[in-house]
Design a protein around this ligand. Sequence first.
Ligand code: PLP
Length: 390
Amino acid sequence: KIEPADRMSALPTQFFAKLVGKANAQIAEGRDVINLGQGNPDQPTPPHIVKKLQDSASNPLYHKYPPFSGYSFLKEAVAERYMEDYGVELDPATEVAILFGGKTGLVEISQCLLNPGDVCLVPDPGYPDYWSGVALAGAEMAFMPLTKENGFLPDFSAISDETAADAKLMFMNYPNNPTGAIANEAFYAEAVQFAKRNGIVAASDFAYGAIGFDGRKQVSFLQAPGAKEVGIEFYTLSKSYNMAGWRVGFALGNADIISLINLIQDHYYCSLFGGIQEAAALALTGPQQCVADLSATYERRRDVLFESLDAIGWKADKPGGSFFCWLPVPEGYTSEQFADKLLYEADVVVAPGVGFGSHGEGYVRLGLLTSEERLREAVARIGKLGLFGA
Ligand code: PLP
């Protein structure tokens, strides 16, 4: 029998694997299941990016090991994009790290910065990958509740002096998964001050930065004055360019942290395949209409979904960004019981809020990752259960 290391038992269980298992069992029985539970973009990568990979795959230079920490042309491309989109200046040589998707960096930053027993401030509800890195580092989590009353932003004044003094790292994520909430400049300015005052590194997860609704452009944490002194931002091509399978992400900002992330990456991976780096650089520097079109597609889907929800009497606030909708569970159900009811009685998969943390209880998350027609159909099926009194 193989005995795993102790740290393996600290890894959080994959709550969503259970959800996928239940949904697949229904599909195997021949049910027409509409899956709004997962966060996998449903559209293909824009063709000009795919074509670039096809062409660059035959370049023999890329068949060798790539340079450690990646090609400078890709770092320059992301720095250009940040300047154009957010007016943020980044030195490609020292303030950019190339990652295998944002996910690797979100886990590695905890290993770079946290000793066993250190504290990390984590949003609740929040994206579960933050927990994994903290667990692997043997550190502790202090949850920052995200409540509707506070616009699903953490309330820094509610964090005790003791917790703030023990904390070394803090995660923030806007546009937010799972609530769809967004942040503004004032919030990030406050976050920088809080981090500075308490000697905390601030890590902003900007995975949904390109997806904003109602004509509002999302704000990057790095736009806040002094942000680079205290933190970094994680950025990814997965959502904005429909490139989730390509695994291209970045850490951007504070040079000391970037150098630690590059060091750990060099030990694990060397870097991404050069052909992928070349195509990713084209995504960032080529035509950007595809990004605007994608955001508009999610906005139309959001509006179709909320029209349908309104018709069945399911009242909720619309998300300002990301592709997730955060909907309250009717009285009498836990989020998991309610998700089961929708799966077994309406053939609709939603993610129970409790999977994102205890403050996610009372909500379910619906992803806008299928056609308008399927979204309408999903809500019509839920409506037939007669749970919302419309
Ligand atoms: N951060 C958040 C909040 C996410 O929802 C996701 C993906 O679902 C990621 C980061 C990771 O994205 P990737 O590793 O594909 O860059």
